[in-house]
Structures are given as C-alpha cells and as structure tokens.
Write a protein that binds this ligand. Structure first.
Ligand SMILES: [Zn+2]
Ligand SMILES: [Zn+2]
Length: 136
C-alpha cells in the first residue's frame, strides 16, 4: 500500500483509503474496467465516490478512458510515463464474445499526423473481434 500511496502522491492525488483500494484493484486486473465493474467489487462504497476517484485519476493522467462501443466507458491504468498524446497511444482490443477490453500496450501508434492547426488530446483506438480465450 505504501508504494501505491507514493504513486498517487506523485500525481498530486491525496491518497484516501478509497483511492488506494481502487488503484490496487485496477492494478491487479490487466483488463480495462467500467464503473460498474469497480462498483461490483466495492459493494460498501458509494458509486459517486468511486466515480469521483476515477475522474480524478483520469484528470491526473493515472488512468485513461476507453470507449469500446459497449456503451460504458472503461478505464485502464496508464502504464507509460507522461508524454505527449501520441507517446501514449496504443491499441485496445474489445472481445465481442466475453466483452472484455484490454490495452495492447506493445502496439503503440508511433505518430499521427494531423492537418496544420489540429491538436489531438485523446484518441480511442479499439480493435474488435475475439480474444485468445474466445477464439479457441
Ligand atoms: Zn473474449
Ligand atoms: Zn489502454
């Protein structure tokens, strides 16, 4: 827990008990999680508290949001160090059978060239299909 506390502090986030637990939970799972998934694991914590923790994590660059087309935004921990938006762009994979979404952080998008005057702040790169478990 000490280590997580340091990670949160380094991002300017006050390490409250709920925030520490949410971070720990997300770090254990390699999958992207929706608010519902997190809520299901924290039945004693209010949804709004969890949502605010997630929002704060997102604002501070600790997690990134993924729109995988399931209708609910999912969040995954940011694994790469801060940089410009193209540095941290990677593919995501959404399995249409089990509904799981994961970060393919090895599959980075090197550079996206936009027309003059355009500035990217976010991108959602989601590949859909069957994951390794479901394609068997
Ligand atoms: Zn699957
Ligand atoms: Zn990701």
């Amino acid at each position: 827990m000490q280590e997580i506390e340091e990670i949160l502090k380094a991002k300017g986030i006050r390490p409250t008990a709920v925030r520490l637990l949410v971070y720990k939970f997300m770090a254990q799972e390699s999958l992207a999680m929706s608010l519902n998934d997190i809520e299901a694991a924290f039945d004693k914590t209010e949804r709004t508290t969890l949502f605010r923790s997630l929002k704060l994590f997102e604002e501070k660059g600790l997690v990134h949001k993924i729109e995988d087309g399931s209708g609910m935004a999912k969040y995954a921990l940011q694994t790469l160090e801060e940089g410009n938006v193209s540095d941290k762009l990677h593919l995501h994979f959404h399995c249409s059978k089990c509904g799981e979404t994961q970060c393919l952080t090895d599959q980075t998008i090197p550079n996206i060239s936009l027309p003059n005057g355009f500035k990217a702040t976010d991108a959602n790169l989601v590949v859909k299909g069957l994951c390794d478990k479901c394609s068997k």
